[in-house]
Write a protein that binds this ligand. Structure first.
Ligand code: 5AD
Ligand code: SF4
Length: 448
């Protein structure tokens, strides 16, 4: 989501005569697009802002903008802590970046724009220009893109700051989404990832006005767009994972066999205190159903370790769930208090040392399982979308989103497709070699 917001920010600025300069020291404007989901993310912003203070002492005309969730959360407070900041711009104000900078230039005073009280709508057409011809020879954006389909979240999980920093859940009009993707497909984009905090509850234009399109219906409509080869989406909430959505994995050919389904804990008691609204049994039942329809589907999850009140027995249940689901991969985090969330006031906070130990145990076992899972791909044929290529070989991704390295010179270019045989599995990536039949046909767009 932040990556897509950064693209929008740079697009708005490019349209207003700015150009990208990767060097913080010589830039006229530095934007930090920030995340506050966990304490560590926010600490990184604060230390980078400290470093920027020195840059600004050397270059007093430099403007510094803090965008995104930290800006939304801190507002005016941020200016008090960091007086060298010029613009504090919340999550729903990113389209105003050029106007806000002009205002700072005109008045010589910092501005804070964090208003979420307006009846905000995502603009019909989000800027999605061609990638800037810069450092990268083949920018990823020339063949795959993110498309935002909704913003905000209404779920209020007890630990989560998102409903406060991103606002209420609003879905984008399906016609606008389809049009944006059609334009991208015409430009040669092959892969789209649909973005939202909770994409499978897509469908409400505002809190009480439904849109005439569910998420599964939207997927079917997008799949009919000429030229697209791969469709992904993130993120989903287990409580909203309908049978209709599951059956899309059997019906929609371009829907990639990959699912990110955050579970957060293996203990029902903890899930209840987290306000997640499902049980471990229900989660596993959904996952089983997905695998019945798409046995090759790669499942990943998010896991919070050390939520307030997590006992040894609760943690054992989390380890047990890992054994049962055998996730292909996990993003696992130590719980941290966030400002204003309900769990910040919960008793039974877990000592840092215990969280660290539990997280290490979880991650060690997940790494082993990822490797075991990856080994199962050895000797299989996989279709790759090439993402980068040079004289020594190329790198691509499978539909399951695994990175595969292939050695040897190739005619293949990013955005093209190849069939490879997997010859080696590591924990985080695979190695492959071009399939002979693929070589004969130079592999270009084999399945088009
Ligand atoms: N502490 C730790 N992890 C958190 N997440 C969200 N809030 C917190 C928190 N307070 C994790 C969840 C979520 C992911 C994006 O970040 O696992 O799915
Ligand atoms: Fe946060 Fe996701 Fe829960 Fe929304 S569904 S409150 S974004 S964890």
């Amino acid at each position: 989501m932040n990556e897509r917001d950064s693209e929008i920010l740079s697009q708005v600025l490019l349209d207003h005569g700015y150009h990208e300069n990767g060097d913080m020291d010589s830039a006229d404007l530095v934007i930090l697009n920030t995340c506050t989901i966990r304490a560590k993310a926010e600490q990184k912003v604060m230390s980078l802002l400290g470093a920027l203070r020195k840059c600004k002492e050397r270059k007093p005309d430099m403007k510094i903008c803090v965008a995104g969730c930290v800006a939304q959360q801190e507002g005016e407070r941020l200016l008090q802590r960091m007086p060298h900041v010029d613009v504090v711009m919340g999550t729903q104000n990113i389209y105003e970046i050029d106007y806000l900078i002009d205002k700072v230039n005109a008045t010589g005073k910092p501005v804070v724009a964090t208003d979420m009280s307006r009846d905000f709508r995502i603009p019909a057409f989000l800027p999605q220009a061609h990638p800037t011809p810069a450092k990268e020879k083949y920018p990823t954006r020339s063949f795959k893109r993110f498309v935002t389909i909704m913003q905000g979240c209404d779920n209020y999980c007890a630990y989560c700051v998102v409903p406060y920093t991103r606002g209420r859940e609003i879905s984008r009009n399906p016609e606008d989404i389809i049009e944006e993707i059609r334009v991208l497909a015409d430009q040669g984009i092959k892969e789209i990832t649909l973005l939202g905090q909770n994409v499978n509850s897509y469908g409400m234009q505002s809190q009480d006005t439904p849109l005439p399109c569910s998420f599964p219906q939207l997927l079917h409509r997008i799949a009919a767009i000429q030229g697209l080869r791969r469709l992904r989406f993130t993120t989903s909430h287990p409580k909203d994972l309908s049978d209709e959505l599951i059956s899309c994995f059997g019906d929609i050919k371009i829907l990639c066999p990959q699912f990110h389904l955050p579970v957060q804990s293996g203990s029902d008691a903890i899930l209840q205190r987290m306000n997640r609204k499902y049980t471990v049994a229900r989660y596993l039942e959904r996952v089983e159903k997905l695998w019945q329809i798409r046995p090759d589907l790669a499942l990943t999850t998010d896991m919070i370790i050390g939520f307030p009140g997590e006992t040894d027995a609760d943690f054992a249940l989390t380890m047990d769930l890992l054994e049962r689901a055998r996730f292909h991969g996990s993003f696992s985090f130590k719980y941290s208090d966030r400002p204003g969330v309900r769990s910040a006031g919960f008793s039974g906070k877990i000592p840092e040392k215990v969280k660290t130990e539990r997280l290490a145990l979880y991650q060690k076992r997940q790494d082993e399982i990822s490797l075991e899972r990856n080994r199962a791909y050895v000797d299989t044929l996989q279709e790759l979308m090439v993402e980068s290529a040079d004289d020594n070989g190329f790198q691509g991704r499978t539909g399951t989103n695994h990175i595969v390295h292939v050695e040897g010179r190739t005619e293949l270019r990013p955005g093209e497709f190849a069939v490879v045989k997997i010859i080696h599995a590591g924990q985080h990536s695979l190695k492959g070699k071009l399939h002979p039949q693929g070589e004969l046909r130079v592999i270009k767009n084999l399945f088009l």
